[in-house]
Design a protein. Structure first.
Lengths: 115, 116
């Protein structure tokens, strides 16, 4: 079974608008962490934001925020005020406490920001 | 601060040849990871080390692949003999491993491998 599911292969957003990238996960471990990474066309993987399973508040990092709905097992990334430079692949990932440092990545969502 | 360093950035080789990919983790990081990224399979963890010791190599595809970490600042991933299906981007990542799950993995720029 897929542990990390990103159902949107591709998304379009108008520059300066907000966009939500979906991520659902599956785990029976009560302690886990969720991550989002950005991969621009140049290929590097850039860490964006982290959410812990016990964190009471949704994580925010600048224009990035994570809409964490624990009961629904979803961890959607919200990018506010999209910029052309946000065009990239975005990966959701999870690490379970019982999985050690093994991080599992989703298939990714390609975001296109239109001028 | 220097990030994770990988070399070479690009490698083109012929089937049957030995390929060696190199990685220098961020100084002070105790964990090192090797990933492979392909269009078909996405990002896969091949192996990871803690304090230079391999912890989980269940992702290594077959015996043609081997990885070593002789010291805290250097690791290699070797493919011998290489095959066209090994063509992919290989990433190295490191993490400080304080025991907290918040410790993010920081990725190197990757090595693009093409096996002809």
């Amino acid at each position: 079974a897929q542990k990390i599911t990103q159902t949107q292969p591709g998304m379009f957003v108008q520059e300066k608008e907000a966009v939500t990238l979906d991520c659902t996960y599956d785990t029976s471990d009560p302690s886990y962490g969720l991550f989002w990474y950005k991969q621009p066309s140049s290929g590097e993987m850039i860490f964006l934001i982290y959410q812990g399973s016990y964190d009471q508040q949704n994580a925010t990092e600048g224009r990035y925020s994570l809409n964490f709905q624990k009961a629904r097992k979803s961890a959607n990334l919200v990018i506010s005020a999209s910029q052309l430079g946000d065009s990239a692949m975005y990966f959701c990932a999870m690490r379970e406490r019982d999985g050690g440092f093994k991080t599992i990545f989703g298939a990714g969502t390609r975001l296109f920001v239109k001028a | 601060d220097a990030g994770v360093i990988q070399s070479p950035r690009h490698e083109v080789t012929e089937m049957g040849q030995e390929v060696t990919l190199r990685c220098k983790p961020i100084s002070g990081h105790d964990y090192l990871f090797w990933y492979r990224q392909t269009m078909m399979r996405g990002l896969e963890l091949l192996i990871y080390f803690n304090n230079n010791v391999p912890i989980d190599d269940s992702g290594m595809p077959e015996d043609r692949f081997s990885a070593k970490m002789p010291n805290a600042s250097f690791s290699t991933l070797k493919i011998q003999p290489s095959e066209p299906r090994d063509s992919a981007v290989y990433f190295c990542a490191s993490s400080s491993g304080t025991g907290l799950q918040k410790e993010t993995q920081y990725f190197g720029p990757g090595t693009r491998l093409l096996v002809l």
